[in-house]
Design a protein around this ligand. Structure first.
Ligand code: NDP
Ligand code: MG
Length: 393
């Protein structure tokens, strides 16, 4: 048949690049038909030249002219558009069968929902959207009738260790989901040792090369916290059924424990192309260009409990999940403001958790009703966070 047409939202990012690498290996199966970036035209144009999409979009309207000129100069003919509405329209539109949601942060919410509502195969990397709007995303998926295949490596691993789709955990004898965490670049450090760490140090992840926002989240363990919430929604698991174990080598990407004591794990080298290739081809399997796992070379595999007193963001995420309603959206918004400030050098590392905790305390959870209300709460949480930033610094 024809190649499946893939919209890559966040094409210029780390996940976007890995996705285009896998797609490029299988021109008979997949075609990148829509490429989306925020404003990095210099990175987007070569991707358009290599993949020849039908549509290229920048979220920032001020960059549309530059995109059109540079594509023209490079001899690439494709439709050009800009603005968040254009991204939402493309995610739910007729130019794609598959949507890779790899925009970073809350900015990805509307396009993720649009892809789900339109019944696309949704490859979810943008964990912030499901953290913010879990129930709305699940409803949109039911409405659209498409399938979500997780790209986040832990959830992709769990998906692979479950009977398929979103099974009834009790009916299938699932006891617990065990999320592995690398522990990030600061594993084993004390609070005192973390007081003065820099953005550069936080972004040097031991196992993965990722965008700056998720790198900081990995260093604080907020990333694992967001992933606990993501797992709760994706697999219908209550918080007490989700365990986090630190596994520094990142070879085991996560596990599922069954009633009979069996624990199934998915292993692989830490390379996002494995999860992306799995999610693109599922239920089939395709080559991803990944180095085969050499078990003897990475032995012994180590495991330890997370240090929740030092890495308080993980505890805060569990707290927000238990509080329910839109508390996870508040947590996410406060965290995005805090991470931006940390990356800008205006907030110390340990103050990220303090800021998130302060915002959660000031804004008690409300039920999640619709996207518009959620957006208002997101904005409210950001403004509380910014006020706290101003008075603290
Ligand atoms: P990057 O920072 O590398 O890339 C982000 C991408 O999003 C870029 O293409 C950027 O465009 C685009 N973007 C940013 N803001 C907007 C916006 N407002 N509208 C449209 N596009 C926007 O991030 P990653 O690839 O690392 O992460 C992407 C998502 O995937 C995150 O949610 C992350 O948590 C998740 N994820 C990432 C993993 C990884 O290994 N990197 C693993 C698991 C999950 P531009 O270049 O123009 O700024
Ligand atoms: Mg992950």
């Amino acid at each position: 048949g024809h190649p499946r047409r893939v919209a890559v939202l966040g094409a210029t990012g780390s996940i976007g690049g890995s996705t285009l690498d896998v797609i490029g290996r299988h021109p008979d199966r997949f075609r990148a038909s829509v490429l989306v970036a925020h404003r990095n035209v210099d990175a987007l144009v070569p991707l358009c030249a290599a993949h020849r999409p039908e549509l290229a979009i920048v979220a920032d309207p001020a960059m549309e002219g530059a995109l059109a000129r540079q594509l023209d100069a490079a001899g690439v003919r494709c439709t050009v558009a800009s603005g968040p509405e254009a991204i939402v329209a493309a995610a739910g539109g007729s130019l794609c069968d598959v949507v890779v949601a790899a925009i970073v942060g809350a900015a990805g919410l509307e396009s993720t929902l649009a892809a789900a509502r339109a019944g696309k195969r949704l490859l979810l990397a943008n964990k912030e959207s499901i953290v913010m709007a879990g129930p709305l995303l699940l409803a949109a998926l039911r409405e659209g009738g498409g399938e979500l295949v997780p790209v986040d490596s832990e959830h992709n691993a769990i998906f692979q260790c479950l009977p398929g789709g979103r099974p009834d955990l009790d009916a299938h004898g699932v006891r617990r989901l065990i999320l592995t965490a690398s522990g990030g670049p600061f594993r084993g450090r004390s609070r005192a040792e973390l007081a003065a760490v820099t953005p550069e140090q936080a972004c040097k992840h031991p196992n993965w090369v990722m965008g700056r926002k998720i790198s900081v989240d990995s260093a604080t363990l907020m990333n694992k916290g967001l992933e606990v919430i993501e797992a709760h929604h994706l697999f219908g698991a209550a918080p007490e059924r989700i365990e986090v174990v630190v596994h520094p080598q990142s070879m085991i990407h996560s596990m599922v424990e069954y009633a009979d004591g069996s624990v199934l794990a998915q292993l692989g080298n830490p390379d996002m192309r494995t999860a992306i290739a799995h999610a693109l081809a599922w239920p089939e399997r395709i080559e991803a260009g990944v180095t085969p796992l050499d078990l003897a070379a990475c032995a012994p595999l180590a495991f330890e409990r997370p240090d929740l007193d030092t890495f308080r963001c993980l505890a805060l995420a569990f707290q927000a999940l238990r509080e329910g309603g839109d508390a996870p959206a508040i947590l996410n918004a406060a965290n995005e403001v805090a991470v931006d400030a940390f990356l800008a050098g205006t907030l110390p590392f340990l103050a990220i958790a303090e800021l998130v905790e302060g915002v959660l305390a000031e804004l008690p959870a409300q039920p999640v009703v619709d996207v518009q209300t959620l957006r208002e709460r997101d904005a409210q949480a950001r403004s509380v966070a910014r006020r706290k930033l101003r008075t603290a610094c």
